[in-house]
Structures are given as structure tokens and as C-alpha cells.
Write a protein that binds this ligand. Structure first.
Ligand SMILES: O=C(CO)[C@@H](O)[C@@H](O)COP(=O)(O)O
Length: 230
């Protein structure tokens, strides 16, 4: 069942160590079949070098395992909350990539400083609020998803397909599992450049890019009259 989606999710997961975004088992990727409302996700705690298609887990939107012999990722409930709230997304990725996680640990949004950011993210990449004790103690992973959704209240998740979960790390999403990982790669580069920019000169007022340039770069790629590429 879902062989094409499983292949996509396998390749997207394997892309994480290839791009240097995960160490050991510090991440996971999933993809959804919106017709069947089924999600394919990495099994929990399985090393990337041991990951094969038959180890992926198929779950329904309530988290019930429909197919697979392994336990799904411990972050499954977070992925499911995102799929339920953001109807247009087809894939979710989570990593502990160094630069983005450093922002998450500092509890600071990544502001748009230049066109690299603006080509993919139409504004700040937000950091969530800290999780409350009761959210940590009960249904922690589900509550993590809810805190992300709260952070995006009133904002289009496709315009900024990434979030920094405070004291934890980044989640990204996209049209499918590959696109979610692509956004993780871009997020990491943008986070690294932001740290370096502030290291050279620590002045947010000097660096925050103009709204005109942010509009130009985001909309020429993603707007109704986009003209970037072929
Ligand atoms: O966030 C964390 C740990 O802090 C997890 O995402 C990471 O260890 C991966 O967990 P899984 O192996 O997917 O269960």
C-alpha cells in the first residue's frame, strides 16, 4: 500500500544526513496521502543507515498504525497536528540542525535579512512560546503541534513553511516530503547566514531588509505573477 509515497518518504528521510542536517537519529520526515488520509513516517530511533522502505510506518490521522512492524517516530503526534491544521501541506520534516536549533534554543525569530531568506520565507521564521508544564506532562508531542499552530494563527503556513520550536528545534513543511526537507535545508542556510550577519554587526535595525525587497523576491517566485525559473 502507498508504495510511491513510501519511496518518497524514504528518499526524503535519507536526504537529511546527506545534507548534514541530522546526527544519529535526530530527525524524521513524513508524507501524507490526502485521498486516503494516511501518513507515512520514519520509525522511531532507527538509524538512517539501517532505514529501508519496509521499516516505514503507515498511520491514520488518529495515530493508529495501519501498516508496519515498527513504532512510528516519537514526534508523530506533532506531524499529525500539522497535517490536520494546515490542509495544503503534503510533507513535514523535523531536525536538530545546528544553526536553526540554536535560534530555537535562544527563543528568537529569524528575521528576513536578505534575498536568500526572502526567496523562500515571506517574513520572520517564528519561534514558538515556551511550552507550559501541563503541556509537557500530558500529550507533549500533540501539544507541540498545537503550539506551532497557535504561532501561525492568522498567518499562511505556505508563505513561511518553517517554525522554531522553543528549546527544541525546527519543523518545516511543504507540498510533499521532498519539499519539506528542501525547506529544512534552506532554513539551516538562512539561520547560519543570520548568525554570521549579526556576528559581523549586531544591529537588527541596520540589517532587517526592506519590505519592498522582501515583496519583490518572495512574489517573483511565489506570487500570482511569478516569473522566476523556467
Ligand atoms: O526531537 C527529538 C529529540 O529531542 C526527536 O525528534 C528525535 O530524537 C527523533 O525521534 P524519533 O527517532 O523520530 O522518534
Amino acid at each position: 500500500m502507498l508504495e510511491k509515497l513510501k519511496q518518497e518518504v524514504l528518499e526524503a528521510n535519507l536526504e537529511l544526513p546527506k545534507k548534514g542536517l541530522v546526527v544519529y537519529t535526530w530527525g524524521n520526515v513524513s508524507g501524507i496521502d490526502r485521498d486516503k488520509n494516511l501518513v507515512v513516517i520514519k520509525p522511531s530511533g532507527v538509524k538512517y543507515e539501517d532505514l529501508t522502505i519496509d521499516k516505514l510506518v503507515v498511520i491514520d490521522l488518529d495515530g493508529n498504525v495501519v501498516e508496519g512492524d515498527y513504532k512510528p517516530s516519537s514526534d508523530t503526534a506533532t506531524h499529525l497536528e500539522l497535517y490536520k491544521a494546515f490542509g495544503e501541506i503534503g510533507g513535514v520534516a523535523h531536525t536538530h540542525s545546528e544553526w536553526a536549533t540554536s535560534y530555537a534554543q535562544a527563543g528568537v525569530n529569524i528575521p528576513p535579512l536578505g534575498t536568500t531568506h526572502a526567496d523562500y520565507f515571506y517574513g520572520d521564521i517564528p519561534c514558538t512560546r515556551a511550552m507550559r508544564a501541563e503541556e509537557i506532562q500530558k500529550e507533549y508531542e500533540k501539544q507541540t503541534g498545537k503550539v506551532i499552530i497557535e504561532t501561525f494563527d492568522g498567518h499562511n503556513p505556505m508563505e513561511v513553511p518553517a517554525v522554531l520550536v522553543k528549546e527544541h528545534g525546527p519543523f518545516t513543511w511543504g507540498t510533499d516530503a521532498h519539499n519539506a526537507v528542501y525547506n529544512s535545508v534552506v532554513l539551516e542556510e538562512v539561520a547560519k547566514m543570520a548568525v554570521k550577519t549579526f556576528t559581523i554587526k549586531n544591529d537588527i535595525f541596520a540589517h532587517k531588509m526592506s519590505q519592498d525587497l522582501l515583496d519583490k523576491h518572495y512574489l517573483r517566485k511565489h506570487g500570482v505573477n511569478a516569473y522566476y525559473g523556467q
